[in-house]
Design a protein around this ligand. Structure first.
Ligand code: AMP
Ligand code: MG
Length: 396
């Protein structure tokens, strides 16, 4: 088999990102668009606010009259239009959100006024601001209010509603096929017999795919049998944009996933990455789909998905993803014995804002990962992180 050379993580990352293709766009109801990636611009079909709007409950009047008693000429409720122009020594009672009448250049808050026995209004406060939101001050008609490439959040849905959008273009969710490989695996509803273990990776990967904005489809467990593995790989390649196979990529006698991939027409780009954990991570390109062979060990599979698969899915979605580079101090000194590979270390963020490495006994220690809030990395050649040293944390 080709491409068995161990390559640095950065090179693997570039190869993965250079293989990206877009899954296209679709138009959906804006109320269904939460967590999807916006694929077009959203621009407003009107000025916002659409008119000069009172931002308080009070009295609309002229600043120059603030030291005088004012006659109330009408009441303007939100949703109503003023019918009269405010002139000297006059004011209109006005509610928050109602249009400010012509002639008035400020609104005084009801809390800052007194009613005289003759039914007039006197300002008792000190003037601070107009309390008028000017037409178009938030958004001008035609202005772009949302740019493509963002994950749609509730606050964006409010912007779409104000801008008059009932439908929006979003990126289509990539289809991700997930296959488990290994004769020792049984499904979660089974109690494993001697020498069997439960299949945890497939469901972890399905959930990671969904969390990344893709649609996961599960293809079951392929036994360590070449023909069975080949059949399920071919089917998954036909039906998905991305295929994830977990297990069968190490150097054991039955780890033939890479050779089966080649037989299925996949061009293997790499099959060894200088990372810890996750060295046997395999990556290949097929006419129809992109394929990852992920390590069988659950911690390795989890981390390699976060480091390589998730960025790829982001790119396929056109999500303008920017890794948040949070720098936090190490709570304790951390050391490792060997430094030939780039290490990814699951860490916990404490309430005090420091991080500590989550204790894990190897890449099969599945209960360690739920303790972690993030991943830090330790470059090749570096064995120690000192107590108090700042580390970049990627949240998971
Ligand atoms: P492999 O990459 O097939 O050599 O598997 C490496 C280790 O991960 C072995 O201990 C497997 O039993 C375990 N493993 C493989 N696949 C899974 C899975 N789907 N869920 C949990 N553990 C697995
Ligand atoms: Mg195996």
């Amino acid at each position: 088999m080709k491409n068995q050379e161990m390559i640095p993580f950065e090179k693997a990352y570039d190869i993965v990102m250079n293989s990206v293709f877009s899954t296209g766009t679709e138009t959906i109801l804006f109320t269904d668009s939460l967590n999807r990636v916006l694929a077009g611009t959203v621009s407003s079909d009107m000025n916002l606010p659409p008119f000069n709007k009172s931002s308080v409950d009070g009295f609309a009047c002229r600043k120059e009259d603030l030291d005088k008693e004012l006659e109330i000429i009408e009441t303007i409720a939100a949703g109503n239009s003023p019918s009269r122009t405010v002139t000297a020594l006059q004011c209109s009672r006005i509610m928050t959100g109602a249009p400010v009448p012509d002639g008035a250049d400020c609104v005084i808050m009801v809390e800052d006024t007194l009613m005289t026995p003759s039914g007039k209004v006197r300002f008792t406060g000190t003037f601070k601001k107009e309390n008028i939101a000017i037409k178009g001050e938030d958004v001008k008609k035609g202005e772009i209010v949302l740019m493509p490439g963002r994950i749609i959040r509730p606050q964006d849905i409010a912007v779409m509603a104000s801008a008059g959008y009932t439908h929006v273009a979003v990126s289509k969710k990539p289809l991700v096929g997930v296959i488990s490989s290994g004769s020792e695996l049984v499904e979660p509803d089974q109690f494993p017999g001697i020498s069997q273990i439960r299949n945890s990776n497939a469901f972890q990967l399905m959930a990671q795919a969904e969390r990344s904005g893709a649609t996961g489809k599960y293809y079951g467990i392929a036994k360590d049998d070449e023909e069975e593995t080949y059949q399920v790989i071919v089917k998954a390649l036909r039906e998905n944009d991305l295929v994830l196979i977990t297990g069968g990529v190490s150097m054991g006698d039955f780890d033939f996933v890479p050779s089966v991939l080649e037989r299925a027409g996949v061009k293997i780009q790499f099959s060894r990455v200088a990372v810890q954990p996750g060295k046997p991570t395999t990556f290949g390109i097929h006419d129809k789909a992109i394929v990852f062979g992920l390590p069988g060990n659950p911690v390795s599979s989890f981390i390699q998905f976060e480091m390589l698969v998730r960025p790829l899915i982001n790119e396929m979605l056109g999500y303008q993803w920017r890794q948040l580079n949070i720098k936090l101090p190490m709570q304790d000194k951390f050391t490792r014995k060997y430094a030939e590979r780039l290490a990814f270390i699951p860490v916990r963020i404490t309430d005090e804002g420091s991080v500590f490495a989550v204790e894990f006994h190897g890449s099969a220690h599945i209960s360690a990962i739920p303790e972690a809030d993030g991943i830090i990395s330790l470059p090749i050649g570096v064995k120690t992180i000192e107590k108090g040293e700042l580390v970049s944390v990627r949240q998971i």
